[in-house]
Design a protein around this ligand. Structure first.
Ligand code: ATP
Length: 146
């Protein structure tokens, strides 16, 4: 169904920020009236998976950027946390996979989040790009059609 992306993002980020007491910097370049055809609950679930990882694997504010380019909507979630070593990157979307460093963190986790995100991306027809550098941070980009 049609979702006002601005309203959706504002609400979702506000709720996340309040729930976890973690600052989110929202760089929003979208038109206030932009509508996208998607499943709001599933999109929220998808964003929460990445926001939650950004929260668990970084200590700083999380940046979320939203803009349109070449007929596609981009939603980016950027953290400046521990990042992921390039050898681990191909495996993080696998079920139950956790990088050693993450296993040792008290934040816990089952390694299921990203495998669920991959499935949600397929259901919603949202392409997911995850870029990461160990010690620098992680950027996730969602590409939505509108
Ligand atoms: P959960 O299932 O509770 O989300 P999880 O965070 O361990 O647990 P995934 O979300 O599937 O599982 O992530 C898999 C692994 O990828 C993590 O264990 C972590 O090592 C790594 N990872 C994911 N996102 C990030 C991030 N933003 N920064 C650093 N490492 C990350």
């Amino acid at each position: 169904s049609e979702v006002n992306l601005n309203e959706f993002l504002k609400q979702t980020l506000h709720a996340f920020q309040n729930a976890y007491n973690r600052k989110i910097i929202f760089n929003n370049e979208l038109q206030p009236s932009l509508m996208v055809d998607t499943d709001e609950q599933k999109l929220k679930q998808l964003m929460y998976i990445f926001l939650d990882n950004a929260r668990k694997y970084s200590d700083k504010a999380i940046t979320v950027a939203a803009r349109i380019k070449d007929g596609q909507v981009f939603i980016q979630m950027i953290d400046q946390g521990i990042g992921i070593h390039k050898d681990e990157l191909p495996k993080v979307f696998d079920r139950f996979y956790r990088v050693d460093k993450a296993r040792n963190r008290k934040s816990g986790g089952s390694g299921l989040g990203l495998s669920l995100a991959k499935e949600l991306g397929e259901v919603l027809d949202i392409k997911i790009d995850l870029e990461s550098k160990e010690g620098i941070g992680t950027t996730v980009t969602l590409y939505l059609q509108f």
